[in-house]
Structures are given as structure tokens and as C-alpha cells.
Design a binder for this molecule. Sequence first.
Ligand code: C5P
Length: 234
Amino acid sequence: MKSIPPEERLILALDVPTKEDALNIVARLGGYVRFFKIGLQLFMASHFYMVDWLGDKGFNVFLDLKLYDIPNTVIQALSIISQHPVSLTTLHAERSILKAGVEATQGKPGILAVTVLTSMDPGDFEAEHGKSVEKAVIDRTKIAIETGCAGVIASGKEAPIIRRNCGKDFLIVTPGIRPKFSEEKDDQKRTVTAFDAIQNGADYIVVGRPILKAPDPKKVVKELVQEIEDAMKE
Ligand code: C5P
């Protein structure tokens, strides 16, 4: 397992509508969380303000825009992203896009390929694509590795088959985490606990609503970090 301390393996998804909301969350949880994800919603609302603010304060930033366009357009967008303090960013896993993205950025930021969204139902996916989620995830991870990506975004359910089929030399970042005590899945379908995600081979977990909607977000953060730590010991 890569030598990343447990508290740095939790990425908090700042899925909130305004920069004021985001600043409030960081004020409350910034002592416990080192890595924040900015997705489409907050990016639309705050452009690069929160990215730069978090970078200035020494936090790690994952800018999750899941870009999917012709290579030239993706390269131009990445050239702007790379001028900001972003450690990781996401592209959809199509060979020409990943190849162009990796060549343009040279690791700054690291590119993560989105394999299959964790909100996707396996039956629906297979009916639509003519192959199983597992097969698609393995195929797309292989493309990510061949094109030189830093890693993939994948559900904790698929992490073990990714590690078995594709090796260990790249990052698996896993959203769709639901705490042990939570029955609430929201729109996520292929969920796992933080403990299982790390045990299954994820390097980082991404968590949004289970923290943001909790009556005591700090408590949930501490429990998640503990789960990560426990999983790393086993
Ligand atoms: O609230 P929740 O914990 O479900 O949030 C998960 C976060 O991870 C969201 O910001 C979502 O955009 C992101 N994500 C995901 N599935 C992917 C890639 C990213 O849920 N495959």
C-alpha cells in the first residue's frame, strides 16, 4: 500500500452551491481534512476562486470536472487548469482524450480517468453497453494505464478486480462511500464502506453527502479516518 497517511486519504467533496458555503465547511473541517474536491456545482459557482483559496492555504485540490470533448478542446481546458494549484483532475476514459490530456499536462495535475460512474446500475449499464460494468472498468483502466494517467476513479466494488487485472502502480480513487451506519444511498448504486474501499485497494476515498448532510460532520470525518486506518492495519 502506498505510504499515504490515513487522514490524507479522505477527500471531501465540496458539493455546495456557493463559495461562502464551501468556506464555512473548510472553516469547520479544515483541521481534519487535507484534501478537498471541487466538482461541477462549486466550480460553476466560484470558478477558480475556491481552487486558488484552498491551494493558498496548503490544502490538496482535486478538480473534478469529468471533461469529455475533442482532444484539442480538452488540452486547452487543461492548460488553464494547470496554471492553478490542482493536484488531480478527471477526464472520461476514452483513449484519444486521455492520451492528449496526459501529454499536455505531464503529471501537473495528475489525470484520473473516470471508469464507470458509481451511480450507474450494473443491469442498466450492461443493457446499454453490451458488457458488464466489471469488463468495462478493466478495459478503461487498461487504457488509463497505457496512456500514462495517474489513476482511475472507480467504485470500491470494482477495486479488487482492478488490482487483480491491472496491478498496483496507479491510483484508485473511490467515490460512492457510505458509512457503516448509513442506510442512505442517495443516487449512488455501487456503494461500499470506507473500510471496504481501502481494503479492496482504493488509495483515496471521496465522500460528500454522508459528511455534508450529517448533524455532526466532524464526527463522521473522524469515524471515516478511523475506518481507513483500521483497513490499512489489516
Ligand atoms: O455525496 P457523495 O458522497 O455521493 O458524493 C460523491 C462525489 O463523488 C460527488 O461529488 C460525485 O460527483 C463524485 N463522483 C462519483 N462517481 C464517480 C466520480 C465522481 O460519485 N464515478
